[in-house]
Structure formats: C-alpha cells, structure tokens
Ligand binder design. Structure first.
Ligand code: ZN
Ligand code: ZN
Ligand code: ZN
Length: 368
C-alpha cells in the first residue's frame, strides 16, 4: 500500500518537475510510510527522491518506534551530535526543486534553504493533497468505522443517555471524550459542547458554564481511529439537542438547517463542483433569511487529517470524484442568542452521495 502511494507521489513529482519531496511532522508522513513523527525539536524527515529510494531520517532515540518497511524506505538514524540538516541535504543531492511538507517546522525549512541555496522550495501539498483526498475502499471502510463509533455516541446523546442539564459544558465535553476513546478511537481531536448563546460561536471552547433546562446544546466531536496498518482516520459529527421544548424560533432555524444540510448532501454527486455543493445548501439558508448567519464554508475533506482537501467552499471549482470524503456541516449562528450546526461525513460514489453518519437530524427534545 505504501509502495503504491509513493509511486503515485513520484508520478506527480515527475509531472510537476519536483526532484525531491521532504515530509516531516503532520499527516503526510504516516499516509506515505506508516510512521508518525514526534513533533519535537529533533528532525524527523522522509526524503523521497523522484528517481531513487526513500530514506527516513530519524533521531536515533526514536528509531526503535519505527516499523521497518524495507520495500518503502531505508532508516537512517542520527545521533545527538550529528547534523540532521546536513544529512537531509546530502540525501537530497543536487535537487533543483524540492517539495516540503506544509506542516514542517519553519526552523527546519529555513535551515534547509540555507544548506541547499540553489534549490527552490514549494509546498508538498501540491503533490500529496490530490492523492490523499481520493480514498480507496480500505480507507472508506476505516472512515466508516470511525463514523459508526461517533454515531453511537450521538445516538445516546439524542436518547438523553448523556446527562446535560445541571452539568457544565466542560463536564459534558469530558464525557464525550471518554466515549470517543471507549468507542475505539486512539485520540480525541475535539469535543465541542456549546450551550445556549455559546453555540453562536462555531468553535466555542467548552467551559464552566452550567447547561440549563430550556436551552439547546450543540455537540461537535470526533477523533482518530487507528487501522491495522497503523494509519489513523478521523471522525467528525455535529448534532443539536433541546432540553425541553425549544422556542418556536429556534425550532424554525433548526428545521431550515435540516433541509439545507440534506440538500447539500444530495447535491454531492460525482462531477459536481465543491462550490456548487456549498451554494445549494447556502441558498436555502439565505432564502429563509439566515444567510448572514451562516458564517463558514459548508465543509472540509477528511481522512488521516480532520481537515484536508477538498474544501466545500465558494471558489473551489474542483469537481467531486469517486472517493472524495468530506463533511457537510452548514450552521446558523445568532450572536447573543443561540446557534446550530448539523454535520455528517459523506463520500462521493458512483452510486451517489453516501453519508457515513446516519443518525437522525431532527431536533430532538430531551427531558431536563
Ligand atoms: Zn469546525
Ligand atoms: Zn465537526
Ligand atoms: Zn467538521
């Protein structure tokens, strides 16, 4: 699998005139070689020359963590007094064009630019992003397993099995986080819990505010689930619940969101542009009078990273292809009052859009 992925990267390097690709911290590295770099001051870097074998440059003390894959890369540990920049430079050879991972620390990039002054550097995402954004069957299966796990949590939330009223947002967030781990994720990426007026801030930080009866609560949570090959895939879901009967105005706002979210999902067919998928749901929200309160894009791709290409946003003319996986998550946020968002992960397939999250969308009323 990693061999096939690197082959695809090399073909793109060829087409783009890139001589060497350098990958460090971030999701590119595990995607292409199954190893995740520790985000430390010591350099870890996969050196991928277009025409010769890849080498994983790794701090000697971390080398024991590397699962050796001789068909994918050679391992080159460096000791505490070695110069890893010189090592990478020598492996890069006389490269004219170097693509370097977008998440690489700028300190390393600056040092490499000094060590290889003749080379021009560009973002490796120009190579990696188009490859990573199109999922194969095994990846979709992993995304499906992660989605199934958060679906079970959302189902309990809607059934009133996760206590809300009387607890703080932070307490509920901690419980969601525990459940994300219990359901098989290796790590929690976020567990947003926003009560009442706090839900008007899309990325609200759950705090000490106590959740009260009569309020609606927005929960947006997800994590990373590691598959057999050691590579993790992400989940991401948002649902809202009302503690007791919601005010009619909020119920109206939420029902608009249900229709808009569904319409964008249905629009996500192969060949449709990302911006068109955004427009379809947005126009429904705008017609209902909430256009100014839908303050973000409709969605983001998802895979080894929680947010990656393709972005479902005005201006992105990329047509959806079989295997694109992304969120559809319109929201309406009324400052000082309340907010709501509905989010599913969807895969574009030859048979039409396939939502991986299948939990009911309707605003559910839980008992205080
Ligand atoms: Zn978000
Ligand atoms: Zn989310
Ligand atoms: Zn999302």
């Amino acid at each position: 699998m990693f061999v096939r992925r690197l082959d695809r990267a090399r073909r793109r390097m060829e087409a783009d005139g890139v001589d060497v690709m350098l990958l460090s911290v971030g999701a590119d590295l595990p995607y292409f070689c199954g190893y995740e770099a520790m985000p430390l001051e010591r350099l870890t870097m996969l050196v991928v020359p277009r025409d010769s074998d890849a080498t994983l440059v790794v701090p000697a003390l971390e080398a024991p963590r590397v699962v050796e894959r001789p068909d994918v890369f050679a391992v080159r540990p460096w000791g505490e007094t070695d110069d890893p920049i010189a090592l990478v430079s020598s492996l890069a050879g006389a490269a004219d064009v170097i693509a370097i991972g977008d998440h690489t620390w700028s300190g390393f990039l600056v040092d490499l630019m000094g060590a290889i002054p003749a080379a021009s550097f560009r973002r490796a995402s120009t190579i990696t992003s188009p490859i990573r954004s199109v999922k194969d069957a095994a990846e979709i299966k992993q995304l499906g397993a992660a989605a199934g796990a958060v679906d079970r949590i959302a189902t309990r939330l809607r059934a009133g099995e996760i206590e809300l009223a009387g607890r703080t947002e932070a307490e509920v967030s901690a419980e969601l986080s525990r459940q994300i781990i219990n359901e098989g994720h290796a790590r929690v990426n976020f567990a947003i819990v926003a009560a009442g007026e706090n839900a008007a801030s899309p990325h609200h930080q759950p705090g000490e505010r106590t959740i009260r009866p009569g309020e609606s609560v927005l929960c947006d949570f997800g994590g990373t689930m590691i598959g057999d090959d050691g590579v993790g895939y992400c989940s991401d879901i948002t649902r809202c619940v009302s503690i007791g009967e919601p005010p009619p105005e909020f119920a109206d706002l939420h029902s608009v969101l249900v229709v808009a979210q569904r319409a964008s999902v249905d629009a996500a067919t192969i060949g449709t542009s990302c911006e068109e998928v955004d427009r379809v749901g947005r126009s429904i929200i705008t017609e209902a009078g909430y256009g100014d309160f839908f303050v973000h894009r409709t969605g983001h791709g998802i895979g080894v990273e929680a947010h990656e290409a393709p972005y479902i946003v005005e201006g992105n003319r990329t047509p959806l292809v079989d295997g694109h996986a992304f969120s559809i998550e319109p929201g309406i946020y009324i400052p000082g009052r309340w907010g709501a968002r509905l989010e599913d992960i969807v895969v574009a397939t030859a048979d039409g859009p396939d939502p991986l999250n299948t939990v009911d969308h309707a605003l559910v009323v839980v008992e205080p």
